[in-house]
Design a protein around this ligand. Structure first.
Ligand code: ADP
Ligand code: MG
Length: 395
């Protein structure tokens, strides 16, 4: 880790690595998901927004055909391979460790996925630094993928659009890292805009910006990072995906997107209790995303609190991906007057969000911190976020 601003830190690391200045600096943000959890890989709806925390990639061309990646995040030495070697390193098979240090599989996997998409270029050096909390459910993974993909797209003249670059990032995460995540995080990181959430149809990748209007309503969004590390490459996440596929197969549909709330009564009679509850979460969560979008448009942010609360209950009780720290954060925030709160991200740790009156940010933060202390949990990391810009070239 470093005390330097991440853009500067990336640049300094690049110079240490190469002895010269980078050709440019690209960055991409982490994201918060306002609502729509575990719906992305079910072809459903999500409503994330990009946050001000960003990952920076300082990148320059080499005069050979090798690729080298370094990050202030990893004490490990930089990882360097021949570009032609990437196809021998990836894909990583399910359950196996990547052939390189896991963190390096994210940016190297992006280069590999670009190669598979027909992009090719000379060797590059990539130095990365970030202020996106890692493993907190704020998608530091999409941030590193999107920053790298944006840089290589420019330097290799690949000409891919933002949606195509999001797919490149996802391919890296799924196939190079081996984490079976959906497309939401990469789309949020690529497409973010100030004051807007991205209403994404994960089946068509049709994306529409929805004004959030939190500040103008006198509200703030708090992130409560529990500091419980999650990992998507392992266990629970894949099990949930399998349950969803199983449920869709029983219902005779391609994905749970095709099951409506009205179909749930029939679904309950066709499957075991656990599968049914997984299905019910996804189906009701899709509806809550649609309801949140229309509520934001018609009535503004103050009116979405109950939808956030219902989303959390569904993840806690039906999808069973919450942990005591996340429940404590949500319950304490609501008890202290938050308008709504829910865990955000894939679950099993990470962060929760709360929608609060701007003036009650200190009181809610203190209440959550106190509740963690009373439960003997490590102190949470609490901060506010506003919807921010997506991937870009900074210099
Ligand atoms: P999240 O996306 O919620 O932060 P993930 O487990 O999906 O959590 O991704 C975190 C992983 O991404 C880290 O363990 C690391 O391997 C990689 N990563 C994220 N940011 C960086 C970075 N700045 N430098 C190197 N690797 C990073
Ligand atoms: Mg991630």
């Amino acid at each position: 880790m470093t005390d330097l601003q991440p853009a500067h830190a990336a640049s300094v690391l690049f110079e240490q690595l190469t002895g010269h200045a980078p050709a440019g600096i690209w960055s991409a943000p982490g994201r918060v998901n306002l609502i729509g959890e575990h719906t992305d890989y079910n072809d459903g709806f999500v409503l994330p927004f990009a946050i001000p925390h960003r990952t920076y990639a300082a990148v320059g061309m080499r005069d050979d055909d090798r690729i080298r990646v370094a990050s202030t995040f990893a004490a490990d030495a930089p990882v360097e391979v021949a570009l032609a070697e990437l196809t021998t390193l990836f894909p990583t098979r399910a359950g196996e460790e990547p052939a390189v240090a896991e963190w390096a599989a994210y940016p190297l996997g992006v280069a590999w996925a670009l190669q598979l998409a027909g992009a090719a270029g000379a060797g590059v050096d990539i130095a990365i630094s970030s202020d996106v909390p890692v493993g907190a459910g704020l998608s530091s993974s999409a941030a590193i993928e999107s920053a790298t993909a944006s840089a290589l797209n420019d330097l290799w003249d690949a000409g891919l659009d933002r949606t195509a670059l999001a797919r490149i990032g996802r391919r890296s995460e799924n196939e190079a890292v081996g984490a079976p995540t959906g497309i939401m995080d990469q789309m949020a990181s690529m497409l973010g805009e100030p004051d807007a959430a991205i209403f994404l149809d994960c089946r068509t990748l049709d994306a529409n910006l929805v004004r959030v209007g939190v500040a103008e309503a006198g509200l703030a969004i708090l992130v409560m990072d529990t500091r419980v590390q999650h990992s998507h490459s392992t266990g629970g996440y894949r099990e949930r995906r399998d349950s969803c596929e199983h449920g869709a197969a029983i219902m005779g549909v391609p994905s749970l997107r095709d099951v409506s709330v009205d179909d749930l009564a029939r679904a309950e009679g066709l499957m075991d209790d656990v599968t049914f509850r997984r299905v019910r979460h996804v189906v009701t969560e899709n509806q809550r995303v649609l309801d949140t979008v229309s509520t934001l448009r018609e009535s503004g942010a103050r009116a979405i609190g109950d939808l956030l609360v219902a989303s959390h209950a569904s993840m806690r009780d039906d999808f069973e991906i919450s942990v005591p720290e996340l429940d404590t954060a949500v319950d304490a925030a609501l008890a202290a007057g938050a308008i709504g709160a829910r865990m955000t991200g894939g679950g099993f740790g990470g962060a929760a969000i709360a929608l609060v009156e701007e003036e009650s940010v200190p009181a809610v933060s203190d209440a959550v911190t106190a509740a963690f202390a009373a439960s003997g949990f490590a102190s949470p990391h609490i901060f506010t976020v506003t919807p921010a810009a997506g991937a870009r070239r900074d210099s």
